[in-house]
Ligand binder design. Structure first.
Ligand SMILES: Nc1ncnc2c1ncn2[C@@H]1O[C@H](COP(=O)(O)OP(=O)(O)OP(=O)(O)O)[C@@H](O)[C@H]1O
Length: 252
């Protein structure tokens, strides 16, 4: 398994977000992590990425306990894409993508021919080759998001985590981005786990859905999740209800 969570508990102080969660995510699979605001999606992604959150239980990446990985091994195993905007004037897309090569470049960080080829390929995979020399401060949110995914691809890790990659995107771009992620699981064999509030994207385009139902995590194939009744229970309220037909939340 690319990601294995074994009886993990996540908490902040006395507040428990997840308790005794066991789940596994396979190579070549796309999984959406969903849940209401503040239920711990980002915290879980950060814990899997080894970004210093309180965890009891074990996280294993590609069969190795997270705790046993050196910083270098971690950086060649898991890539993490956040919604933080990297809009540094004068920094071209290809330079941002090249940052993903840091674990592989020599001690002065000099890029070799092979590194440059990986950067080029990564930009091509996300459909952004034409933007290589453009600076990121003049690009749309959707374009920036693709470049940040290219950076994670250049890092060449079997596991990629993304925290709300579809936030700030319009509807066609949300579908396009999720379709791109799906393609990367198929063509590149990546294990991709991303958090999202887009139920229709999660349920229509992903292999499986991991739903935080505090303090549990339900991980089911997307089709089974639609029919499970779990989404209605967690996302329906006085003014809105989940419609399994359209896989969206609608006003009552
Ligand atoms: N460093 C921290 N210290 C204490 N509490 C925190 C910290 N970071 C997050 N929290 C709390 O933990 C809970 C989970 O936060 P998290 O950001 O993981 O949720 P989320 O599901 O990603 O939320 P959203 O959907 O709103 O992005 C929230 O109630 C948040 O206030």
């Amino acid at each position: 398994m690319s990601i294995a969570l074994n009886h993990i508990t996540l908490s902040y102080g006395s507040r428990t977000l997840l308790e005794d969660v066991t789940a596994a995510f396979a190579q070549g699979s796309l999984t959406a992590l969903i849940g209401r605001n503040g239920t711990g999606k980002s915290t879980l992604l950060r814990a899997i990425a080894g970004l210093g959150t309180t965890v009891s239980g074990d996280v294993a990446l590609c069969g190795r306990p997270l705790a046993s990985l050196t910083p270098h091994e971690l950086s060649t195993t898991v890539g993490f894409v956040t919604t933080d905007k990297v809009r540094i004037a004068n920094l071209a897309c290809e330079d941002v993508v090249a940052l993903g090569r840091a674990p592989y470049t020599n001690w002065i960080g000099r890029m070799q021919e092979a590194d440059r080829a990986v950067v080029e390929r990564s930009l091509r995979l996300v459909g952004m080759s034409a933007f290589a020399r453009k600076t990121m401060d003049r690009m749309s949110d959707g374009e920036c998001q693709r470049v940040m995914i290219a950076r994670a691809l250049a890092q060449d890790t079997p596991v990629i985590l993304l925290d709300e990659p579809t936030a700030f995107l319009d509807l066609p771009n949300r579908y396009e981005l999720a379709t791109l992620l799906r393609q990367l699981t198929r063509d590149e064999g990546k294990c991709i786990l991303f958090s999202t509030h887009d139920l229709d994207v999660a349920l229509s385009l992903c292999d499986s859905v991991a739903l935080i139902d505090t303090p549990s995590l339900h991980h089911l194939p997307a089709g089974e999740m639609v029919g499970s009744g779990l989404i209605e229970r967690l996302f329906s309220g006085e003014n809105a209800r989940f419609d399994p037909e359209t896989r969206t939340v609608r006003l009552r």
